[in-house]
Design a protein around this ligand. Sequence first.
Ligand code: SF4
Length: 281
Amino acid sequence: MRSALRSLRAFAGLAAAVARANLGSARPFKATVVLTERCDCRCEICGIWRKPKAPEPTPDDVARFLRGAPSVRWLNLTGGEIFLRDDVEAVCEAAVAAQPLLAVLDFPTTGQRTERIVAAVDRIARLGVPRFFVTVSVEGPPALHDRLRGREGAFERALTTYAALRGRRDVAAFLGLTLSDRNEGALEATFPALFELSLEHRDALLSPGDARVASLFASHFVEESKARADIRRSSAACPRASSRSRSRASCVRSCRAIARPTSRSSRSRLPGSRPTRAAST
Ligand code: SF4
């Protein structure tokens, strides 16, 4: 009851701050704080990891900043890779102490340190910020992702982190892809690498979100399935089919559950069409 009331007050505060901003107020409702310029990836497009390092904001610095900007109800922590710091939890605790009605807390991650990230998320989730989400960044299909990140195995590690966070009730996990001229045209090629995850978390990858992306994803899945001779062969290629804990029948059911919404989502391909739930739980 207390936490429901807190959520209500936090979201009401955020809504009011957004409304004020839309009416021209200069008071911000969201703040992005760069916690570090260190990174565990070596992307050419960014180069942040090459820069000389400035002092990083301490938990006290972040708290002081929030106390001075009480209209901020959405805190985005970014880097670099914030989990190269060992005090991200302390930063979040200080932030919530300074602004108990924080409504949204989020951060992106390269997802390279699954254990560290999951342990931090465990602790941060206990702070009870009503909307807490983490975005694991991918840049394209595995080989391209690893090349752009400058780290072999980076894609695999990112997906391991995503899978570890996905499905938890206390945090929302997303995959994020930043399009640039280096991965332009690679969006569709990224989908097959995500099929296994789509089977495990079929609601999460397709919906809610951009119906056109969901449509492309679902189309690729079905094309992939069609390319195999029949649903039985398709299920044999499904990672679940090789799992001892999953029967072939279970795998086939999963494939069908993914494929079923395709006709609906295909209809929503046109830009501007109404978002459609491309899959359901
Ligand atoms: S992962 Fe992000 S912050 Fe790190 S080097 Fe690449 S683009 Fe820059």
